[in-house]
Design a protein around this ligand. Structure first.
Ligand SMILES: Nc1ncnc2c1ncn2[C@@H]1O[C@H](COP(=O)(O)OP(=O)(O)O)[C@@H](O)[C@H]1O
Ligand SMILES: O=C(CO)[C@@H](O)[C@H](O)COP(=O)(O)O
Length: 536
């Protein structure tokens, strides 16, 4: 997530204070890999840095973190890019803070993405040579050159097959917390097994992005935590363990290819010698299981206990909250994931998030300032002209686009009015979000905003107006990495997680945005949106 937190040099005591209780949180999300180091004694941020994949590693040809123009809905990324970014990140981090003083480590990865490894994997990560790069040494272990990620929509047939084998979408949803979903790892594994049986046969281990990176850091196979594991259509959300029927419906002998599933507050291992020698971490530093970026953000937003609603505007837009019990979406669009602090969380994901906003911005060659200024030049609710802001297939609601096109009301089809189109796109996104998140039965008075687009006050104002709720941002904006640092500190240093959340997850002073529009301002626009959607 993009950083707005004070830099270490702006923070008092950050280098001088005795850093006895330092905890490192990592975040490998869609577009960047980020790190934050917190000092739990002085309650300060010691270091923070981020590596943008597209900007820093352009040779992977993934300007937004994924390889563009995949066939048949495929969206993949190169795992070597994530490894190179991790090394760049540690290079930068060691200039900001003495890594030997870090006592606890955890992390998070973009959800659902899967890495396929052959039988050389365990030996390779156990015997890494610090004079070589991670990517060069792990490349020979890749049984599949690239990793399908959460934007991949190529598995419609496999979703139907898994549902049929189990007795319907509802059965899969009751077991796994979600109906079979194209981007989820189980359907992705099934497609790989069907399309490339030889590649599947060579695959000895399958990891999520989170458990892959955790394993590399430990030099040993790490379990998949229940927060991220629930995004696979393979984990049973009642036992929080792999479900034999889901495994059998997905691919043969899948169970032996998966690591264990375990709760997030489990020690994965100790940092491997490679990172001790190359970057100066202390030998034996414990690593807590990694989780998905959204479950991690739940903690980093101070929302791991039910009561707070979080809206993350990263590459995807996600709306989520910790739940007192298991609450599943009757329409089958939403998901139940494990809450890293215990219990579960509900989440609704909108694939057309930041990249859709960027598409409208780029269409008019605007920068973010011009994009933001458009909201001052246009009326709230845009005279009730709405747009269906779907530039790529969407899950919330399900929209399969043969070719990515913008669906809009007639007023926008000719793209005459840039400012109105920008407002219509953003308003369409949040009208849609309000309609799709009703199943969680949350009527938040405050929405906690995070992710790269959360810094945009105009977008935050639209959220406040449509949800008729206050919007707040936190002082530390990298909530995924912060959540990982807090989880590691709690688990390894024995500190109370909720106390850590109240220390580190405070609203940014003056960041509250109140609703300005009248309560019924979006009534007609919402009806128009629903009508347009029904016609599409
Ligand atoms: N000023 C801004 N206004 C709106 N969106 C922004 C702004 N700055 C950055 N963004 C969006 O933030 C997105 C990246 O968010 P980030 O949380 O870093 O993503 P991820 O965690 O998925 O890698 C970019 O795709 C960009 O569109
Ligand atoms: O698919 C989902 C959640 O189900 C996405 O939210 C991914 O987890 C990617 O997250 P960002 O990189 O957009 O934060």
């Amino acid at each position: 997530m993009t950083s707005r937190a004070p830099t270490p040099s702006q923070l008092p005591h950050c280098r001088e204070a005795a850093p006895a209780m330092l905890s490192l949180g990592l975040d490998s999300s869609t577009q960047s890999c980020s790190a934050i180091v917190i000092d739990t004694e002085t309650q300060t941020i010691v270091a923070e840095t981020s590596v943008n994949f597209g900007q820093r590693l352009p040779h992977y040809n993934a300007p937004s973190g994924f390889i563009p123009d995949g066939a048949a809905g495929e969206v993949h990324a190169d795992p070597r890019m994530w490894l190179d970014a991790l090394e760049l990140l540690f290079e930068e981090l060691k200039d900001q803070c003495e890594l030997a003083k870090i006592a606890a480590i955890s992390g998070a990865g973009q959800q659902h993405g899967s890495v396929y490894l052959n039988d050389q994997w365990l030996n390779a990560i156990d015997t890494l040579d610090a004079s070589e790069s991670l990517s060069a040494q792990i490349q020979p272990c890749l049984a599949r050159r690239t990793a399908p990620i959460w934007m991949d929509t190529s598995t419609g047939a496999e979703c139907r097959e898994i549902a049929a084998a189990l007795g319907g979408d509802e059965v899969v949803c009751a077991k796994s917390g979600s109906i079979p979903i194209e981007r989820f790892t189980g359907p992705q594994i099934r497609r790989f097994y069907k399309n490339d049986p030889a590649g599947y046969a060579q695959t000895a281990h399958i990891h999520l992005v989170s458990s892959f990176l955790c394993s590399v850091l430990c030099g040993a196979d790490a379990p998949i935590d229940t927060g991220d594991g629930a995004g696979m259509n393979l984990l049973n959300i009642h036992t929080w363990d792999w479900d034999p029927e889901l495994l059998a419906a997905t691919a043969p002998e899948l169970g032996k290819r998966l690591p264990d599933a375990a709760p997030g507050n489990t020690t994965a291992g100790q940092i491997s010698e490679y990172f001790v020698e190359k970057y100066g971490f202390a030998q034996g530093t414990p690593i807590t299981l990694f989780t998905g970026d959204n479950p991690s953000s739940l903690v980093g937003m101070g929302a791991s206990r039910p009561g707070k609603v979080v809206l993350s505007l990263g590459t995807s837009d996600t709306f989520f909250a910790a739940m007192p019990g298991v609450v599943a979406d009757p329409q089958g669009c939403g998901h139940v994931f494990g809450n890293p602090a215990g219990g579960s969380m509900s989440l609704q994901c909108f694939v057309n998030g930041s990249l859709a906003r960027e598409a409208v911005k780029d269409k008019f060659n605007y920068d973010w300032d011009q994009f933001t200024a458009a909201f001052n030049k246009t009326p709230v609710a845009n005279d009730d002209q709405v747009m269906l802001p779907f530039f790529r297939p969407e899950i919330s609601p399900r929209i399969d686009l043969a070719a990515p096109i913008l669906k809009g009301s007639e007023a926008f089809e000719n793209w005459q009015d840039a400012d109105a189109a920008i407002r219509a796109c953003v308003e369409g996104q949040f009208i849609n979000m309000k309609l799709r998140s009703d199943w969680m039965q949350l009527q938040p008075e405050v929405i906690y905003l995070t992710g790269g687009a959360s810094q945009n006050d105009a977008i935050a104002q639209v959220v406040a107006d449509i949800f008729q709720a206050k919007v707040q941002r936190l002082a530390v904006s990298s909530s995924v990495a912060l959540g990982a640092a807090l989880r590691a500190a709690s688990h390894t240093l024995g500190l109370n997680l909720h106390q850590l959340e109240s220390q580190f997850c405070q609203p940014e002073a003056g960041s509250t945005i109140e609703p300005q529009a009248a309560i019924d301002s979006y009534q007609t626009a919402t009806a128009n949106f629903s009508a347009l959607l029904a016609k599409s």
